[in-house]
Every structure is written in structure tokens, then in C-alpha cells.
Design a protein around this ligand. Sequence first.
Ligand SMILES: Cc1cc2nc3c(=O)[nH]c(=O)nc-3n(C[C@H](O)[C@H](O)[C@H](O)COP(=O)(O)O)c2cc1C
Length: 357
Amino acid sequence: MLKAPFFDPAKTYAENWQEGPFNDFADGVTLTADEEPRFTFLGQELSYPLGIPAGPLLNGSFVKAALDKGFNVPVHKTVRSRVRESNEWPNVLAADIPADLTLEMAQNPIIVRNEYKEPLSITNSFGNPSFEPSVWQKDLRECVAHAKKGQLVMCSFEGTKWDGLTSEEYVRDWADGMQLLKDAGVKVVEANFSCPNEGAAQLLCFDVPKVKVVAEAIKNKIGDTPLVIKIAYFGEAELRELVKEVGGIVDGFSAINTIPAPVVNPDGSQALPGAHRVKSGICGHAVKWAGVDMVRRLKSLREEFNLSYGIIGCGGVTVPQDFKEYRDAGADVVMTATGAMWNGYLAKEIKEAYPNA
Ligand SMILES: Cc1cc2nc3c(=O)[nH]c(=O)nc-3n(C[C@H](O)[C@H](O)[C@H](O)COP(=O)(O)O)c2cc1C
């Protein structure tokens, strides 16, 4: 049975930011203590390779709650170098998908509604809102200090386009933003190259030459701080090209982000308000096949090209067996967003089921 979520879809982004987290993440129970690290990931020691990807952890209160509940690698939701408002409410709705969301199915409308049930899939649409850097940098410093031995706080960043921006300024925005994360004490940074809610045709991760330019600029700026890039689902040839071109520049890949699809109300009308929100990213159970498939291919390409990048696997981890599936496929770290939102004790359940990960 589904529990009540730590992010409340009935409330706006601002209300969740101010009042959250809720339910399991607000029960005051701390499950973690300093633990002897048994794993390393990109040079950082971890006591267990499990986290929450960029998204549901809106600010420091959410990240600290995730750390306390044993999600050892929480990623702060994507931030920007400047203020950006959230997309209008609703931002999260349940998606009616009984099995896997294939890429063909994602061409056709998916019915979404305010009725959450298992197997749980949802759509989310925020548009990567952000406060100014001083707000999230303060949060990040506190979160880094809150983390216990064997835990790692990450943060995701996305470059912003504005009127009159040159291509050089856009690249600089990415590099300077990543430096701001590093300045706040974040030891592993993530670049969100795959936000589907800015228009799927423009996903940065599919533009390999651009990814290379931006990744190189970031690495030139932040030196040996590890850089993970968050990517969408890729076809065979496209992923091979990406890994060939940037697998030796970046330090890790996080896959996958959501799969975009048109989302409609049960009566067929557009579900989310706004011309740019006809399509919205789908996550949860229905996309697990795609995340596991990407992890498997990232692992075999790493061997083929003799590279050493880290692999974060996410998408559809809602029960402990899903964690195992990702580990068996080759994920160095496994993350869960939708699953954790509706079960704040999922980390505990996974650790009990697989003490050795
Ligand atoms: C509420 C919510 C907000 C999200 N926001 C972001 C984000 O800011 N940046 C990002 O890279 N991915 C974001 N995502 C995508 C997740 O990081 C993840 O890639 C995706 O949800 C698949 O994992 P899941 O099936 O466990 O939810 C978000 C997901 C959810 C559920």
C-alpha cells in the first residue's frame, strides 16, 4: 500500500518549499549514524550506494531528512545562477501506465490524474525553478555539515538562457554555476543536461558537440572536482557516440531522467496549464526498463572504451528488488525519486533486503 508522500502534490512548489518535507520525512526519526565506509564512488567514501536523484529534494530541509533516513547520496534539486519561477501548479500527477512505458507509447497521450496507486508512475513538471545562489549555497553548506561519515551530498545545476545571451556566455554560466556548488562544499557536482520540461527537442544531452564544449568548460573551471552528467534515454548508436566523445572528460553519468510524453486529463484535454507543457516527463515504475537498459550499456561501453567513469542508475526504483536489478546491471550508485517520495523508509527496506548491496 502506498504511504503519504514527503512532497505533497496537492500543494504548490512554493508551499512544499516552505512547509515540507512531510509525512515520513517529517517524523523526526533518524536512522543513520557514522558508519564505516565500504564503497567508494568518484573518490568519495560511501557506507551504502543508494541515493535520491535531483528533484524531490527541494532544499536543505529535504536533503537533511533524506540523509537521516539513510539515502546516503542525496542530490539537491537542480539550481540555476539566477532566480526562475516554478511552472504553475499542478507539478506532479499520477500517470495511468499499467506496465512499461515504451518509446512508441510515449508518442501518444498518457492519462494523468490525482489518484496514486501501485505500480507507481507519475509525471512531474517544474521547469527547474531556482532561488538566487546565496539561498541554495547556504542550504548546501548546512547539508554538507549534516552528512554523516559514509554519506555524500550532491547538487545538480543547469545553465540558463536569457535574451541576448551569446553562446560563450551560456557556456560560462554552466562553468561558473558549477564553481558555486564547489564553493559551497559540494564534493561531486551534477550537470542537468536532460531537463525535458524546457522542450524535448532541445535536450542538451542529445547535442554531443555542445555537451563536449560545456563539459570541458566546467572541468576547466572546477579542476578535479568530479562532474556527473544527467542524461536521458539514448538509442544504441547515440549513446556510443556520447561515451566516445565525453566519456573521458566527465567523471560520471547519471541515467535516466524522465521520458517525455503528451499528458492529458481522463477527458482528453491538456492536463498541465501552459503552451510549453503539452508534453511532460514520466518517471517511476514505467521507466525502469529504460534506466536499467542504459546502465547496462554504459557499463559495457566503459569496458569497450577502457574508461573509468562512475554510473548512477535511476528510474523506477520503488521496491528493494529494483535496487538489486540496477546493481546487477552495473550501477555504482542507485537512486530513487518517485519510489522514495511515497516511501521515506525505502532506504531502510533496501538495506535490510541487501545488507551487502
Ligand atoms: C518531483 C520530481 C522532480 C524532479 N526534478 C528534477 C530536477 O530538478 N533535475 C533533474 O535532473 N531531474 C529531476 N527529476 C528526475 C529524477 O531525477 C529522475 O531522473 C526521474 O524521476 C527517474 O527516477 P524515478 O523513476 O525514481 O523517479 C525529478 C523527478 C521528480 C519525481
